[in-house]
Design a protein around this ligand. Structure first.
Ligand code: NAD
Length: 502
C-alpha cells in the first residue's frame, strides 16, 4: 500500500467532520433513535456518527412526503420534474469525485469502481428516468360492452398516476447506484420518497438529499433517513402512510418486509439475492472468459447481487479455465480503497468476513478443493482473499447459498440437460451468462436459464434501459428501463358516456 494515497482529500475530511443528520421536509434534523457509528472497512477506524430515525421520525418524514405529493411536487408537470432531475444529475456529476471518495471510505470498495457507480450508474440513471417524466401516458379506446345491452357509445381513457409516497430501503453495496435506482423512476412517475440508507454505508445519502434541494425539488419530495433495519426500516415497511416499498437487500429481510407491508397492503418490489451461473462451453475463448469470469465473481469482493458465483465449465476445458481463473484471482491486489493500485476491497464488516470464512470452511468440510493460492490477510481491514473451489456439487452449501464474498464454486458438466437442471436448481434466479461462439447453443441455453437477465459472452450487462430483476426468490418486479417505471404508477380508467350509439 502506498501511504500517500491513504489520506482522504480535505473536502472529504470536512464532509466527515460535519454533522450527518436526517432531511425531513425542508429541515435537517437529529433523529430520535440512538446514533450509528460508521467505520472504514479498509482500516477498521471510525469515520463519523450519523443520526438515526425513530418511528416518530419516520412518521414526520411520511407526513412531509405526503404534503409534497399533495402540494408543490404533485402539481409539477413532467417537464418540470424532468428539469429538476436533470439538474440533480448534473450536480451529482460535478460532485462525483467527492461522492465516490466518500462512498469508497464508507464501503471500502476501490475508488475507481466507486466513481463508475456514481457516474455510470447513478448519474446516467437519473438522466435516463428524467426522459421518462415527459413520456408517461395512458391510452383511449371504445370499450366493446357499451352499457348493459351495448347501446351506448362509450369512450374510455386510462390515466397513469403516481402510486404515492414511496419508501425506499437500500443496501450498502454501491449505495449511490441503489439510491438512484429508486429515486429515478419514483420522481419520474411523480411520487415522493422517504429513503432509508443502509446502516453499514449511509454517507452518500447526504449528497442525494443536499443536491435534490439544490436542484429545486420542493421540500418533502425527497426525505433522507438513516437507521437500523429492524427499527427504521421495519417502521417504514409497516407504515400506513407509505403506499409502496421499493427494497433492495437480502431475501430474509425481503420476506419480513412483505409481512410488515400486509397491514395496509402496500405495493412491494423486491430486488434480492442471487447465485448466478456462468456457463462456459468448449468453444469459448478462454483468454476472454477467464478474466471476465474472475471479474464476474470477485467484483466488489463478491458483494454484488448479480455476481457470477457458480461457474459451470465443460469438462474438456475445466482444468485450463480453473488454472487461468485461479491466476486472475491470486493477482488481485487487496488494499486501501483510495490507493489506485487496489483491485480488491474488503468485506463490509467483521460479521460479513466471519460469515464468508465460515462458508470457506464449510466448502472444505463438504469435500471441495481450493484450486488457487489465496494469501491470508494479516493487516487491518475485513479482507478475504479470493477463493476458487473445485470438486464441488450442487448439494454443497457453497454451491447453492448466497455467500456475498469472493468465493467462486466451479462445477464440471458434459450434458446440456444435466447442466440446465443444475443451473436452475437454486432458490435464486437473478443473473447469469453463457460463453460460446455457437449462437444457436447460446440462445437455446440462455432461454432455458430461469433468471431475470442472461448475458451471452458478457456477464451482467447493466444499463439504464435494460430491465433487471429476479425470478423465484431473487425478487418481485423489475428495475431499470421502462419496466422499472411501472411499479411507481397506477392506472385509472375514466369512461365517458357519449350517448346512444349512432
Ligand atoms: P439486508 O437485507 O441485510 O439490508 C438491506 C437493507 O434493509 C438495509 O438498509 C437494512 O437496514 C434494511 N433492513 C434490515 N432489516 C430490515 C427490516 N426488518 N425491515 C426493513 N428494512 C430492513 O442486505 P444487505 O446485507 O445490506 O445487502 C446484501 C443483500 O442485498 C444480498 O442478499 C444481495 O444479493 C442483495 N442485493 C440485491 C441487489 C439486487 O438488485 N437484486 C442489489 C444489491 C444487493
Amino acid at each position: 500500500m502506498k501511504s500517500d494515497y491513504l489520506h482522504p482529500s480535505e473536502e472529504a475530511v470536512r464532509f466527515l467532520a460535519a454533522p450527518h443528520r436526517l432531511l425531513i421536509g425542508a429541515h435537517w434534523c437529529e433523529g430520535r433513535a440512538a446514533p450509528i457509528a460508521v467505520d472504514n472497512p479498509c482500516r477498521e477506524t471510525p469515520l463519523c456518527m450519523v443520526s438515526a430515525a425513530s418511528a416518530e421520525d419516520v412518521d414526520d418524514a411520511v407526513r412531509a412526503a405526503r404534503a409534497a405529493l399533495d402540494g408543490s411536487w404533485g402539481r409539477m408537470n413532467g417537464r418540470e420534474r424532468a428539469a429538476v432531475m436533470v439538474r440533480f444529475a448534473d450536480l451529482l456529476d460535478s460532485r462525483a469525485p467527492l461522492v465516490a471518495e466518500i462512498m469508497a471510505l464508507d464501503n471500502g470498495q476501490p475508488l475507481a469502481s466507486c466513481l463508475m457507480v456514481v457516474r455510470l450508474l447513478a448519474v446516467e440513471l437519473m438522466r435516463y428516468y428524467a426522459g421518462w417524466a415527459t413520456k408517461i401516458a395512458g391510452e383511449s379506446f371504445s370499450p366493446s360492452l357499451g352499457g348493459a345491452r351495448g347501446e351506448l357509445d362509450i369512450m374510455t381513457a386510462t390515466v397513469r398516476e403516481p402510486i404515492g409516497v414511496v419508501g425506499a430501503i437500500v443496501p450498502w453495496n454501491a449505495p449511490a447506484g441503489m439510491m438512484a435506482l429508486k429515486l429515478g423512476p419514483a420522481l419520474a412517475a411523480g411520487c415522493t420518497v422517504v429513503l432509508k440508507t443502509a446502516e453499514l454505508a449511509p454517507l452518500t445519502g447526504q449528497f442525494f438529499a443536499e443536491l435534490m434541494l439544490e436542484a429545486g425539488a420542493p421540500p418533502g419530495t425527497f426525505n433522507l433517513l438513516h437507521g437500523l433495519g429492524e427499527e427504521t426500516g421495519a417502521a417504514m415497511a409497516a407504515h400506513p402512510g407509505i403506499d409502496k416499498i421499493s427494497f433492495t437487500g437480502s431475501a430474509p429481510v425481503g420476506r419480513r418486509i412483505v409481512a410488515a407491508a400486509m397491514g395496509n397492503l402496500k405495493k412491494v418490489t423486491l430486488e434480492l439475492g442471487g447465485k448466478s451461473p456462468v456457463v462456459v462451453f468448449p468453444d469459448a475463448d478462454l483468454d476472454v472468459v477467464a478474466p471476465a469470469a474472475a471479474m464476474a465473481c470477485f467484483v466488489a469482493s463478491g458483494q454484488a447481487c448479480m455476481a457470477g458465483t457458480r461457474l459451470f465449465a465443460h469438462e474438456s476445458i475445466h482444468d485450463a479455465l480453473v488454472e487461468r481463473i485461479g491466476r486472475a484471482a491470486d493477482a488481485m491486489v487487496p488494499g486501501d480503497a483510495l490507493d489506485p493500485a487496489t483491485t480488491l476491497g474488503p468485506l463490509i464488516s467483521v460479521r460479513q468476513k466471519a460469515r464468508v470464512e465460515g462458508y470457506i470452511e464449510s466448502g472444505l468440510a463438504e469435500g471441495a478443493h481450493i484450486a488457487n493460492a489465496p494469501r491470508p490477510w494479516t493487516g487491518p481491514g475485513h479482507f478475504v482473499a479470493p477463493v476458487v473451489f473445485t470438486e464441488a456439487h450442487m448439494a454443497m452449501r457453497i454451491a447453492h447459498e448466497e455467500i456475498f464474498g469472493p468465493v467462486l464454486t466451479v462445477m464440471r458438466f458434459s450434458d446440456e440437460d444435466d447442466l440446465l437442471r443444475a443451473v436452475n436448481s437454486t432458490e435464486f434466479g437473478l443473473s447469469g451468462s453463457v460463453w460460446t461462439q455457437d449462437i444457436q447453443r447460446a440462445l437455446r441455453v440462455a432461454r432455458r436459464i430461469d433468471s431475470g437477465q442472461v448475458g451471452i459472452n458478457i456477464h451482467a450487462a447493466v444499463s439504464p434501459e435494460t430491465p433487471f430483476g429476479g425470478n423465484r426468490q431473487s425478487g418481485w418486479g423489475r428495475e431499470f428501463g421502462r419496466e422499472g417505471l411501472d411499479p411507481y404508477l397506477k392506472t385509472k380508467a375514466i369512461s365517458i358516456n357519449l350517448g346512444p350509439r349512432p
